[in-house]
Design a protein around this ligand. Structure first.
Ligand SMILES: Cc1cc2nc3c(=O)[nH]c(=O)nc-3n(C[C@H](O)[C@H](O)[C@H](O)COP(=O)(O)OP(=O)(O)OC[C@H]3O[C@@H](n4cnc5c(N)ncnc54)[C@H](O)[C@@H]3O)c2cc1C
Length: 448
């Protein structure tokens, strides 16, 4: 039996379903997928991160006396060729987003594919309600998982020690430039391993619940990018924190299960990728100018602009800021959440279809267990509360270093400082909030 171990979003050797379930003669591979790459911008930060991670994976496999064959092609072409080379089956971890599902079906027509769940803790096919329908609300979903969440360890996959590297030409390593991409500078913390990030976060996890919303403080784990590309598994994150008795990690573990919840929702309700989960019909605004100003961070609302400029520069955005900019786009500008979702998909280093879609639908009050439609964040109160001294905002807009912090938390406050050049806010917060509430009310009435 000659097996292909197809690494995709599981770029690790620990807790690896592939290395555990393989039998003997294996060809580990990674494909730089031309279908995906052609839709990305040439300075996409994720490509630099994946590239670096694939080379690290190759080294780690070599330590295990294996190797990694790297391809730059469309998966279909790679597997057609490997079939001719006499390979029998493909092992990979499941990916639930729509491109991945279609791609895997296409490969299954060429070679048998065995799929394993290891990018998430839960198999979304299990854990149904008593009436055999899926949960739609987070709290009962989470409570139903008590046995798992209260346990101290979830069993990890152990690599099969009898694996043997198949003779193959493992020498091909395209450069980023060969593939049409630039090597871009990544945020410093991404040069750390997942375990280093967890070790750092261990000293902060007791304060996580209290501090995590203050977006000028470095209070969260910053593990999402490593989780996204499988440099660490969610089980390993869970087991790491559960192994310390002195650490109060319950609240943090709950967050890890939001990731599971959104994956579960997208699996059971795939139509929610493109449609409002709650089927409400909303006549969104089509103001392209407002949308562009939101994307570019030119709305005249300091917290929104700082968050968006930071996203554009770094590929990162704090969770609280994601909620605030999403509320602003969908409620104050009344623009369809799908536009925001697509923009985040292009920019976020940790872009995960299920979490992004679920969170956007939550913010726009169209989703599973989402924010009530009358809950509209006031961006000025949010910056006043969570960045009182405008530390984050000033870190992005360095030219405002000496401006009185209070002015950032007042609508058009910066305009009162004659030395500051800053656009006027593109919406009136009070009026736009009321407009959103009225329109949601109308849509709800029409629905019932
Ligand atoms: C509009 C919007 C879009 C989002 N898009 C994404 C996305 O594309 N990818 C993504 O990983 N997260 C997304 N999130 C969730 C959250 O913002 C990030 O997971 C978090 O900011 C990552 O930083 P961290 O690792 O320091 O998180 P921590 O606060 O340390 O949390 C630990 C982990 O728990 C998970 N998590 C935490 N909060 C959530 C949440 N609300 N939903 C799902 N998982 C969560 C993540 O895997 C995260 O890494 C989005 C949130 C919003 C409001």
């Amino acid at each position: 039996m000659r097996q292909i171990l197809w690494f995709r979003r599981d770029l690790r050797v620990e807790d690896s379903a592939l290395l555990s379930n393989a039998n003997k003669d294996v060809l580990p591979i990674f494909i730089f997928d031309k279908n995906i790459l052609k839709s990305l911008e040439k300075d996409d930060k994720r490509v630099t991160f994946i590239y670096k991670s694939v080379l690290e994976l190759k080294k780690k496999l070599q330590v295990l006396n294996l190797d990694l064959a790297i391809f730059y092609d469309e998966p279909k072409n790679v597997f057609e060729k490997l079939k001719k080379d006499g390979f029998d089956e493909v092992l990979c971890s499941v990916d639930f987003d729509s491109y991945a599902k279609n791609r895997d079906e296409e490969i299954e027509a060429i070679l048998p594919v065995k799929r394993f769940i290891d990018s998430f803790i839960l198999n979304p096919m299990s854990h149904l309600k008593k009436d055999n329908t899926p949960y739609k609300v987070f709290t009962p979903f989470y409570k139903s998982l008590n046995i798992i969440t209260q346990s101290y360890n979830i069993e990890e996959f152990k690599a099969n020690e009898n694996l043997k590297k198949i003779d193959f030409d493992y020498s091909f390593i395209p450069t980023l430039e060969d593939m049409g991409f630039a090597t871009v500078k990544l945020p410093d913390f991404l040069s750390k391993s997942a375990v280093e990030l967890l070790e750092e976060f261990k000293t902060k996890v007791n304060d996580y619940q209290e501090q995590r919303d203050y977006f000028y403080i470095d209070a969260s784990s910053k593990i999402s990018v490593h989780l996204r590309f499988g440099l660490i598994s969610p089980k390993q994150v869970f087991n790491y924190f559960k192994s310390f008795n002195f650490v109060d990690c319950e609240f943090f573990i709950r967050e890890i299960f939001w990731r599971e919840f959104y994956n579960y929702i997208l699996f059971h309700f795939p139509q929610s990728e493109k449609n409002n989960f709650n089927n409400i019909e909303i006549k969104w605004s089509s103001n392209e100018d407002d949308f562009l100003k939101w994307c570019e961070g030119k709305t005249g609302v300091p917290i929104i602009d700082a968050a968006m400029v930071h996203l554009n520069n770094t590929g990162l955005m704090h969770n609280r800021l994601r909620m605030v900019v999403a509320s602003f786009l969908t409620k104050n500008l009344f623009i369809d959440w799908k536009r925001g979702e697509e923009y985040f998909a292009k920019k976020l280093l940790d872009y995960e279809a299920s979490s992004n879609i679920g969170s956007w639908q939550w913010s726009s009050s169209t989703g599973a267990d989402s924010a009530p439609y009358f809950r509209v964040f006031n961006p000025y109160s949010q910056s006043q509360k969570f960045d009182k001294d405008a530390i984050f905002i000033k870190s992005v807009f360095k030219e405002f270093e000496n401006v009185d912090a209070k002015l950032f938390h007042i609508e058009n406050g910066l305009q009162s400082n004659l030395f500051v050049e800053y656009p006027k806010a593109i919406v009136d917060i009070k009026l736009s909030r009321q407009r959103a509430i009225d329109r949601f009310k109308e849509a709800k009435n029409e629905q019932s």
